[in-house]
Design a protein around this ligand. Structure first.
Ligand code: ATP
Length: 319
């Protein structure tokens, strides 16, 4: 197995309520130290409720924010957090809302030219050839190149977002809720396109979503996040059909339907713990039907539970 991506103890803590002078009032641990490996050509789904740290993780992965601890290694090389060019050439971010992530005053051609000029120093004619090639591979007509972002439908705009990710020639795409804002029929088209591009270019995807059914459909493996930590990771079919962590079990039990948000029905309450005042022990204990005393004092580590399946739980479910 060739590794595309390796994360070692990656974490992010934000200082909040920082006065102009002096130390911040508090800290939010948006992502607790996590270690993960993603193989080349693999799609790793990342699921979790709003606020569990998915976007913070994504932003660190593409170099938009520096991690507080840990390292990001791509194809065996550790990335320097200050080197935006190195990140840009290897890993690109596709945003949930493509229209607002594109500069409204620039034509699509101009938008797609930026990474080609900045990251690869391509000449005007090289850029034009590459842009046409990429536009063709995302099934958009060339005449659209001179239009502006607001002139496109949601599905077309997402194709442009994907084209922008591909233009830089990155081998890894971080897809942050790439179809959540789209109608179901358009979702299917974009998902099919992503699958075709992956096969054509040998891409690796990190597919972030709160939509369990979509993640299950597109992922080889899935990482389930809760309150800034990965609580379970394993093969997509296994994680959802035979979950070991009670939180995954609750999510899977909420009868996944495309477009339905994650709301575990049997959990006690729906609130995440207060990020400014995290509980000791397991963050899920207050909502967990299996919690005992140890869960309220000791934070369980991610532990191997079966072939290629890991969970962080003191009382895992039987396989
Ligand atoms: N810049 C920031 N400053 C302070 N706290 C932040 C910042 N960005 C995120 N957080 C906090 O970090 C935690 C994780 O947020 P994050 O946006 O990564 O979650 P998410 O799973 O992507 O949620 P959503 O699906 O709603 O985007 C939350 O408690 C959030 O309030």
């Amino acid at each position: 197995m060739t590794l595309a991506l390796r994360l070692e103890n990656l974490s992010k803590t934000f200082a909040v309520g920082k006065p102009l002078i002096g130390p911040p009032k508090a800290h939010v641990r948006a992502v607790r130290p996590l270690s993960l490996e993603v193989a080349q050509g693999e799609t790793l789904g990342i699921v979790g409720e709003s606020g569990c740290g998915k976007s913070t993780l994504a932003r660190m992965l593409v170099g938009l924010i520096p991690p507080s601890t840990g390292t990001i290694e791509i194809e065996g090389k550790a990335l320097d957090n200050a080197d935006a060019t190195a990140f840009g050439k290897l890993i690109q971010y596709v945003f949930q809302d493509p229209i607002s992530s594109l500069n409204p005053r620039k034509s699509i051609r101009k938008i797609l030219e930026v990474p080609l000029k900045r990251l690869h120093g391509m000449s005007a004619s090289e850029r034009e050839t590459r842009i046409r090639e990429i536009f063709d591979s995302v099934n958009l007509r060339e005449e659209f190149l001179d239009r502006y972002p607001h002139e496109f439908s949601g599905g077309q705009a997402q194709r442009i977002g994907i084209a922008r990710g591909l233009a830089a020639n990155a081998r890894i795409l971080v897809l942050d809720e790439p179809v959540s804002a789209l109608d179901v029929s358009v979702q299917a088209q974009v998902l099919n396109l992503l699958a075709a591009l992956k096969a054509e270019y040998g891409l690796t995807y990190l597919f972030i979503s709160h939509d369990l059914a979509v993640v299950e459909a597109v992922s080889d493996r899935v990482a389930v996040m809760y309150f800034g930590a990965v609580v379970e990771v394993g093969r997509a079919d296994k994680v959802f059909s035979a979950p070991r962590h009670p939180y995954t079990n609750l999510l899977a039990g909420s009868a996944p339907v495309v477009g339905r948000p994650l709301t575990p029905p049997e959990a006690k309450g729906t609130e995440l713990p207060d990020p400014l005042n995290p509980p000791p022990g397991c963050a899920f204990a207050a909502r967990c039907p299996r919690a005992s005393d140890i869960c309220r004092t000791e934070d369980p580590a991610l532990t191997k539970m079966g072939e290629d399946q890991f969970a962080a739980c003191h009382h895992p479910l039987d396989p």
